[in-house]
Design a protein around this ligand. Sequence first.
Ligand code: MOS
Length: 732
Amino acid sequence: MTAIGQPISRVDGRLKVTGGARYTADIPLAGAAHAAIVHSTIANGRTVSIDTSAAEKAPGVLVVLTHRNMPRMNPVPWSHLRPQGQTYLPLQDDKIHYAGQPVAIVVAETLAQAAYAGTLIEIEYEVDPPVVFRPLMASEAIQPPQRMWPLSSSVGNADKAIADAAVKIEGVYTMPDRHHNPMEPHATLAVWDDDGTLTLYDSTQMVVGTRKLASLVLGLPEEKIIVVCEFLGGGFGGKSWSWPHTLLAALAARAVNRPVRVQLTRAQMYSMAGHQAATVQAIALGADREGKLTGIRHDSVNPTSLFDDYVEYAALASRHLWRASGGSHKVVHANRNSPVVLRAPMEAQGHFALESAMDELAYATGVDPVALRLRNDTDTDPYSGRPFSTRALRECLTKGAARFGWDKRTPEPHSMRDGRYLIGQGVAAAIFTHWRWPGKARVTLNGGGSALVEAAAHDIGTGTYTVMAQVAADALGLTPDRVAVRLGDTRLPESHPAIGSSTMANATAAVMLAAQAARAKAVELALTGRDAPFAGAAADDVIVADGRLSLPSRNLDITYAELLARNGLSSLVGEGDYDPVEEVNGPKAIFSFSAVFAEVRVDPDLGLVRLNRFVGAYDAGRIINPKTARSQAIGGIIWGVGQALLEQSETDPVMGRFLNRNYSGYLVPTNADIPELDVLFVGEFDEEASPLGAKGLGELTAVSVAPAIANAVYHATGKRVRDLPITVEKLV
Ligand code: MOS
């Protein structure tokens, strides 16, 4: 029996529920001082004076750093992906570009002393009116310099096709700013050793990237920086970049010559560590009378900070799913900190526009929404012209519809009821980018017949420790409980950040290669080592299982323990180096797919929307662990429900501050909001995607939940809500 494919429970589950898993802020450090960050209350202008005298005399205070005495840092070039971090560096000058920008850091013996001293700092500002983004500003948006992907695209003449089409759908879809809201706040512990080595315990999705950024900004060689993050209490993209507090902690620790611990307050989580930018998306579809698309145009605008051109590539969603689209991305610079990726960035927003518009097209043509999507299905990526490696979207639609009972749906709005409640059923499909990253891993097979996997990759709560144990176990012929996994430390083999739902296909593939290399060494010993038990046999005839190697043709076997002992070895080490980056331009287009089905119950008097039930059908290639995969799927769906019905960050139009500053003011779904969720996996081994046959899953499951719910709300009420979240005032 192979470990891959088994619904194994998380190997770190026990540690987590017993408090044994150490999160960054909980790591004990002898002699650590505590820091509190003081932030700007204005969104635009400069500080005229900062009086720190009372704070400096407060009990326990070790140092107060402001732009006047903070060491200078090296500027970093802006890039979406490398290195990942806001380019505006903290405490370097008197300028204020966003509300919540750090203006001082206080280091004291205790956290309470640091926080109290921070309140004693008196700041005088010169205030300029902030630029606050409003959707109406989309018409003033500008195209930034070319970035990661083309900002505009044109395949064929979409505008002419739409103009000539028998059926046209046009709409503007808007989505608000959102915040990541991980339970674990961002935190950094900075420690300088006597030899000048900096260790950063940091709550991050990218230990390697954090090291790179810190190296550039602080002017330290990478070999002198260690970054550690073994457990993450939620990241959702907010921890895939470095933010100012990490750099402040490093410099504050040097200033006081002691370890320094800094943790953002819950309120600071809304201004110091990124957010998802609002989008204003104009979409137009052209189709024939049977609903076959002839053209799509999709243009998206998002606000960004004054200093970084963060582009939310929402219109990319429309390039690959049904037809290639014409489209563009523009930005509006505003007084806010830099936006960043959040829970299926680009796709989750883009699909709300695209898959809502497809529902409008279904009603305009009278074609059933599932049939409409089947009619527009394609085996070839419409944008690149390459065939898809695998695309089980048809199975997602048909098997999902069967599980949901879609055939019992009556299409007219208002036609389904449950007592006084209106019932609505909606469907949406999704396509998700398959990310490729290089990664290395090391697998050590020990004399006792156990193994150790090591990589500077991450388990961000999705089950990486577990699936890596499964993958290594199969390659070595061990059971997963014999495999230990160490992650999240730059001293381990370099791997990629935990972003883009990429860890299974890439970092875990490197683990498979490393484990296979260790196995090959063991087989070699059995064939040619001291007192070789299988001398003269072919390597391919050797089987590994149950902690031993066997040669069935000669009825021979030997345990790893015995083999290593016979050769005087305590361990065997295999290295894995997976680098799929050149294959980005390979012959196949690789994406994950889904079709999701929502049923809502709407109170016609109060406009309240409740989710009744939900079915998600996913093609994410081969599923390595159905239990952790299902867990990711229901997590993604729940966040999608948040996007559809609850989540929005609001900005004070005069002060330019985010008003949500706590969970009480930022709604996310709770258990009471979520019914039983039904999850199906319909994908198969995709050899182009990864040696493991897996495609990205986690974020895929957050995509198209919002349009499925919005389409269900339309079915229930006859109201097309094009602005998220769908709150009561939009329905009454
Ligand atoms: Mo994820 S939003 O790609 O960190």
